[in-house]
Design a protein around this ligand. Structure first.
Ligand SMILES: [Zn+2]
Length: 361
C-alpha cells in the first residue's frame, strides 16, 4: 500500500509519497503563505515516526514557482527544522528542445537574476543549495526527466508524463517569441539587465544546471551538486539596484509563465496522477500520452494548477478521487467540471491535510 499525504498549505503544493518499504519522495513544498509549507512538511515528517532513517530520499520538484518550493528555503532558514540526512536526490522537469531554447534559458536566467537579485538569482541553483544545507551538506544527485522517463523510489517506479523532450508546436513557439520580444524591450530599457545578460554567456553553472535533453527515450542524465558548486555561485559580484524597470518585470513574468507549460507531471501506475501546474494548452498532449500508456483511469489524481484549469480533453480521464491543493485565493477559481470525471473531489482548503491509501502502482 502506498500513502499519499497532501498537506494543507493554502495556495500551493506540498505532498509526500511513501511506499511500504519505507522509501519516500517529497513532491514540492511551497505556499503563498510565508512559513506554511515548512510547517506542513514538519507535519508530514511527524506522521511517519517508523521510518528507519529520517525523511524522504528524493525531492521531486514539479517546477520552480515559489508556491511549489519556498518551504524548502524556509526550512533551511529555520534552526529547529530537522536535518534530512536521507535526502540525496532531486528530480525535476528538464527544459525541452524548443526553437530558441538557449536564448530562452539565457533570457530567463538574466531576468530572474535582475528581479530577484537575492542570493545567486538562479532559482535552480538556490534550490539545490537549500537542499544541500538541509541534508547536512551531502552531495545531491540532480536529475532532469522527460516524458516516459522513470524515477525509482524504493521499489516503486514513477513515470514522467510531462514535459516531452521536444516541443515544436506553433502555440508554444508564439508564447516564447512574445516573451523574448518583451525581453528585448527590457534590454533596451535596463542597462543592468544588459550587463547580466552579457555576463551569463558561457556561465558553466547555467549550462550545467539546464542540461540538453538526451537523445534516446528513457535515457536521462544526472549531475552531482556539492561543495565545489557552492564555492563559485553564478555572478556573485553583480549587485543590481533594487528598483526594477517595468519592462524588465513584464519580461520576467512572461518568461516565468512559460514555466507552467513545462511543469513536471508524473504517475504511479494507475494509482496516482500528479499534474504539477501543467498549463491549459499543454493538458491535451499530456493526456494523449496517458492514453498511449493506458493510464487514463486512475484511483487518484492531484489536479493541475490547483484545480483552476479545465480543458475538454480532460473528459477522457477518470479518477476515483481528485484532490485539489488550494487556499482562499485559488478556491474561487476552482472549475466545477472536475466533478464530472471524479468519483469524489476533495479540497485541502475544506478538509485540511489529506491522506490517501493507494494500491495499484
Ligand atoms: Zn502552483
Amino acid at each position: 500500500m502506498m500513502h499519499l499525504r497532501l498537506a494543507d498549505v493554502s495556495d500551493g503544493l506540498c505532498a509526500e509519497l511513501r511506499f511500504p518499504d519505507g522509501a519516500a519522495a517529497q513532491v514540492d513544498c511551497g505556499s503563498a503563505i510565508s512559513g506554511a509549507a515548512a510547517d506542513a512538511w514538519l507535519r508530514i515528517l511527524a506522521a511517519n515516526p517508523t521510518t528507519p532513517s529520517f525523511g524522504p530520499d528524493t525531492f521531486i520538484l514539479t517546477h520552480l514557482h515559489t508556491d511549489h518550493y519556498n518551504g524548502v528555503l524556509d526550512a533551511t532558514n529555520s534552526p529547529s527544522f530537522p536535518r534530512l540526512a536521507n535526502l540525496r536526490r532531486v528530480v525535476t522537469a528538464g527544459v525541452p528542445r524548443t526553437p530558441d531554447r538557449s536564448m530562452f534559458l539565457r533570457a530567463a536566467f538574466a531576468a530572474s537574476f535582475r528581479v530577484l537579485g537575492s542570493d545567486s538569482g538562479h532559482m535552480r541553483y538556490d534550490f539545490l543549495k537549500a537542499v544541500h544545507q538541509l541534508n547536512g551538506g551531502q552531495c545531491i544527485s540532480f536529475r532532469q526527466v522527460f516524458q516516459n522517463d522513470t524515477v525509482e523510489v524504493g521499489g516503486a517506479r514513477l513515470q514522467c508524463i510531462w514535459p516531452p523532450r521536444e516541443i515544436d508546436d506553433s502555440r508554444f513557439a508564439r508564447s516564447l517569441e512574445k516573451a523574448l520580444a518583451k525581453f528585448d524591450a527590457a534590454l533596451e530599457a535596463d542597462p543592468f539587465l544588459r550587463e547580466i545578460h552579457e555576463r551569463v554567456e558561457g556561465q558553466p553553472h547555467l549550462q550545467g544546471l539546464e542540461m540538453e535533453p538526451a537523445g534516446a527515450e528513457s535515457e536521462s542524465r544526472s549531475i552531482e551538486f556539492g561543495e565545489d558548486d557552492l564555492r563559485s555561485p553564478p555572478l556573485e559580484d553583480i549587485t543590481p539596484p533594487r528598483t526594477v524597470p517595468p519592462e524588465t518585470k513584464q519580461a520576467n513574468k512572461a518568461l516565468t509563465d512559460l514555466a507552467n507549460q513545462l511543469s513536471l507531471a508524473l504517475r504511479a501506475g494507475t494509482s496516482l496522477l500528479i499534474w504539477g501546474d501543467v498549463g491549459e494548452p499543454r493538458l491535451r498532449p499530456a493526456i494523449e500520452f496517458l492514453r498511449s500508456v493506458n493510464a487514463i483511469d486512475v484511483d487518484c489524481m492531484v489536479a493541475p494548477h490547483h484545480g483552476t484549469y479545465w480543458n475538454p480533453a480532460l473528459l477522457n480521464l477518470r479518477s476515483g478521487s481528485t484532490l485539489i491543493s488550494h487556499g482562499p485565493k485559488l478556491l474561487p477559481k476552482y472549475k466545477h467540471e472536475w466533478a464530472e470525471i471524479s468519483g469524489a473531489v476533495r479540497s485541502t482548503h475544506l478538509e485540511g491535510d489529506i491522506c490517501v491509501q493507494l494500491w495499484h502502482w
